[in-house]
Write a protein of this length. Structure first.
Ligand SMILES: [Zn+2]
Length: 363
C-alpha cells in the first residue's frame, strides 16, 4: 500500500527570512525583512530552527475545522509548519465550477490561518499540479469540466489501466485557470508559500497529446515547474515547494518508479530554479536516502518526508540529522495519507519521532 499511495501530500517555520538570512537564496529586500521583524512575524531567535512539518489532505470544510482544532496541540509538540493539501476543496470564486464537495469557506480558511499564526505555525496550502488529476475511477474537477486539458484525452475510460490522469503542460488554457486558483489559496490562507505537488507524474509527453507527442519528458516537466515558479515566486513573491520524486533518476539511485523517476523526467532537476524547496519523500526503511545529499549538492533546500512506518520514519530522520551540517537540510515533514485521523494528529507516532529528534535545542 505504501508504494501505491501517493507520496504527495518551508522558510524557517517562522518565515522565509530565517532561511534568507543565512544567505542561501535570492536576497529579499532588507526593507521587507525589517517590516516582517517589526510585525513580529520573524523571530530572530528561531531563525535556524528546523522545519517540523505535517502534511495532510484538507479538502473539505469539515476537515479544515478539525485541523483548526488541533493546531494548538501540534504547536505544543514543536510542529511549526503545516502543509494543507487543498486541491479543489475550496470555495473558489474565479472558477466555482471547480469546487469540490463541502468546500472550505473563506471564513474557515481565515480561522485556520489565524490559529496557525497564533501558534507560530507556518501554513502552506497545496494545489496538486499536473499529475494526480484522478484517483481510482474519480477524475478531479479540472479534467471533468475541461476534458480537453487531458494529456490523454478520450483514452482510459473509467481511468482503467492508469495510475492517475495528468493535465497537458502545454495546453495554453490550463495555467491561467490554475494560477487563479493558486492566487485564491494564497489569499484565503494568508500564505507566503505554496506547494504545487508534482509527484508521481506518469502520464507526460504522451503520444495521445498533439502538443506533447515526441517531446523530451524532462523538458516538459521542467517547463511545467518553471511556469509555476514564474507565477508564484516571480510574480506573487511567495516560496514554492514541490515533491522531489520526478527529479530522482532511479537508474542512478535505486528508488524504483514511485519515489524516483523511471519515465525520463529526472534531468529536469538541472533545468529548474534552485530556490524551489524539494520535499523528498521516502516511506520505506532503507540504509541510506541518497537523494537528500544529491539535492543538497545541487543547491536545493530539501525537506525530507516520511509517512506511517515508525521504523522507516526514524531511519529517515536519523539519516537527515546526519546531514544537518548543511543548513539547506530543513528538518522533517511527516505525511499522513489517511493513516491518522485529524483529531489524533498530535499522537501520530512518526510525528512524535520526528518532533522528538529535531526538537530545538534549549539555549
Ligand atoms: Zn500535452
Amino acid at each position: 500500500m505504501g508504494t501505491l499511495l501517493p507520496c504527495r501530500m518551508g522558510f524557517s517555520p517562522c518565515g522565509t527570512s530565517g532561511v534568507m538570512m543565512r544567505g542561501q537564496h535570492g536576497p529579499k529586500p532588507i526593507l521587507h525583512l525589517l517590516v516582517l521583524l517589526m510585525a513580529g512575524q520573524v523571530g530572530l531567535a528561531k531563525e535556524s530552527a528546523p522545519w517540523l512539518g505535517v502534511h495532510l489532505g484538507v479538502s473539505s470544510n469539515r476537515q479544515a475545522t478539525a485541523l483548526t482544532d488541533v493546531v494548538g496541540s501540534l504547536a505544543e509538540l514543536g510542529i511549526n509548519a503545516i502543509v494543507a493539501e487543498i486541491n479543489y476543496g475550496f470555495e473558489y470564486e474565479s472558477h466555482p465550477e471547480l469546487r469540490g464537495r463541502d468546500p472550505i469557506t473563506k471564513e474557515q480558511a481565515g480561522k485556520l490561518a489565524a490559529e496557525c499564526r497564533k501558534h507560530r505555525i507556518r501554513l502552506i496550502p497545496q494545489f496538486q499540479c499536473l499529475g494526480h488529476q484522478s484517483w481510482s475511477r474519480n477524475t478531479a474537477p479540472l479534467l471533468t469540466k475541461y476534458p480537453q486539458f487531458d494529456e490523454t484525452p478520450g483514452l482510459y475510460p473509467e481511468n482503467k489501466e492508469i495510475y492517475c490522469r495528468s493535465w497537458c503542460p502545454l495546453h495554453p488554457e490550463v495555467n491561467p485557470i490554475v494560477f487563479g486558483l493558486m492566487d485564491e489559496l494564497i489569499g484565503a490562507f494568508q500564505a507566503d508559500a505554496l506547494h504545487v505537488g508534482l509527484d508521481e507524474v506518469f502520464l507526460i509527453g504522451e503520444d495521445a497529446c498533439s502538443r506533447c507527442k515526441g517531446k523530451d519528458k524532462a523538458e516538459l516537466f521542467a517547463r511545467a515547474v518553471n511556469d509555476y515558479h514564474k507565477h508564484l515566486v516571480g510574480e506573487r513573491r511567495v516560496e514554492m515547494l514541490m515533491w522531489g520524486d520526478r527529479l530522482i533518476d532511479s537508474s542512478v539511485l535505486k528508488f524504483g518508479k514511485w519515489e524516483g523517476s523511471e519515465n525520463g523526467t529526472a534531468r529536469a532537476v538541472d533545468l529548474i530554479p534552485k530556490d524551489i524547496i524539494l520535499c523528498d519523500w521516502h516511506y520505506e526503511l532503507r540504509p541510506a536516502y541518497e537523494s537528500v545529499p544529491m539535492f543538497l549538492e545541487k543547491g536545493f533546500r530539501v525537506w525530507p518526508a516520511s509517512w506511517k512506518k515508525p521504523d522507516a520514519a526514524k531511519a529517515f530522520v536519523d539519516y537527515s540529522l546526519a546531514q544537518r551540517g548543511n543548513p539547506r537540510m530543513l528538518g522533517h515533514l511527516n505525511t499522513t495519507w489517511g493513516a491518522v485521523q485529524v483529531k489524533d494528529l498530535a499522537k501520530f507516532e512518526p510525528l512524535l519521532i520526528a518532533a522528538g529528534s529535531f526538537k530545538p535545542r534549549q539555549p
